[in-house]
Design a protein around this ligand. Structure first.
Ligand SMILES: Nc1ncnc2c1ncn2[C@@H]1O[C@H](COP(=O)(O)OP(=O)(O)OP(=O)(O)O)[C@@H](O)[C@H]1O
Length: 253
């Protein structure tokens, strides 16, 4: 069974369908990209998977659990984390504090539990710190760990945003335009990190407008247009698909 199954989801806003009967199946360890023109429904799809939107029809299963109506918090606890297009970090906190806070907020013990199970809470805190330090090391953020996020250049903040998602130890990572607005060098670095994340066994769903990057690194690609999946397959198949060329690349027709 696929790790993530999206079955015929439909999401409407006041009569406008952002997604119409969209299905998607992602295997554990795959790097799957979702592409499509502006307004095609890519972010809406990620919002449904991550619990921010709930589709009116269809269902979503992650590792056999139905998450169609789950909250973002529940989805995170089940092993799905998301790096946002518009960076969701606290600019007045350091890199280290942002990552620790993410773990506390989503996976941590609450204060009442900490009071009752002091030893357990302490062990949890040591574990939180270990994971966060590993992520900082992995994302090569060591030079910035004590820097306030608000003072960091945009490209580094994008990297911290991915690190924040990774610090939740996800088995499925959702990346919404992780290289948008970056310099060429920053893009190359981010692509390398994405490939390393996948190499470590984490499943990745990527929304990205840079087709060169998508075609280079994806195992499979889904193409959305007007809220519908118009093509799915290996990158080299998808680019040859006449519907994709018409709808997305603006050629043909
Ligand atoms: N909260 C909302 N309220 C109303 N309409 C929405 C909402 N979110 C998305 N939509 C609509 O749903 C459609 C799909 O939008 P979505 O942002 O998912 O597309 P996208 O493919 O991610 O676009 P982009 O590449 O520009 O980010 C659009 O018509 C958009 O206006």
């Amino acid at each position: 069974m696929a790790q993530l199954l999206v079955e015929n989801i439909t999401l409407t806003f006041g009569g406008v369908a952002a997604l119409s009967s969209v299905s998607l199946a992602v295997e554990e360890g795959e790097l799957v990209s979702v592409i499509g023109p502006n307004g095609a429904g890519k972010t809406s799809l990620l919002n449904c998977i991550s619990g921010f939107y709930h589709p009116q029809r269809g269902r979503i299963l992650f590792e056999g659990h139905e998450i169609t109506r789950a909250s973002p918090h529940e989805v995170t606890r089940l092993g799905i984390a998301r790096a946002f297009q518009n960076i969701e970090l606290f600019s007045g906190l350091t890199v280290l504090e942002n990552l620790m806070l993410a773990r506390h907020t989503h996976l941590g013990y609450n204060l009442a539990q900490a009071g009752v199970f002091y030893g357990k809470a302490l062990a949890k805190e040591v574990e939180n710190r270990r994971v966060v330090e590993e992520v900082i090391d992995f994302m090569e953020l060591e030079p910035y760990r004590k820097a306030l996020v608000g003072n960091l250049p945009y490209g580094v903040r994008k990297r911290v945003e991915v690190a924040r998602a990774l610090s939740l130890s996800p088995r499925l990572l959702l990346l919404d335009e992780p290289i948008a607005g970056m310099t060429l060098e920053e893009k190359e670095d981010m692509v390398r990190f994405i490939l390393e994340i996948r190499a470590q066994g984490t499943t990745v769903i990527l929304i990205e407008h840079d087709l060169g990057v998508v075609m280079d690194i994806s195992d499979r690609v889904y193409v959305l247009d007007f809220g519908q999946v118009i093509a799915e397959g290996m990158p080299e198949e998808v680019v040859k698909n006449p519907r994709v060329q018409e709808a997305y690349l603006g050629v043909g027709a």
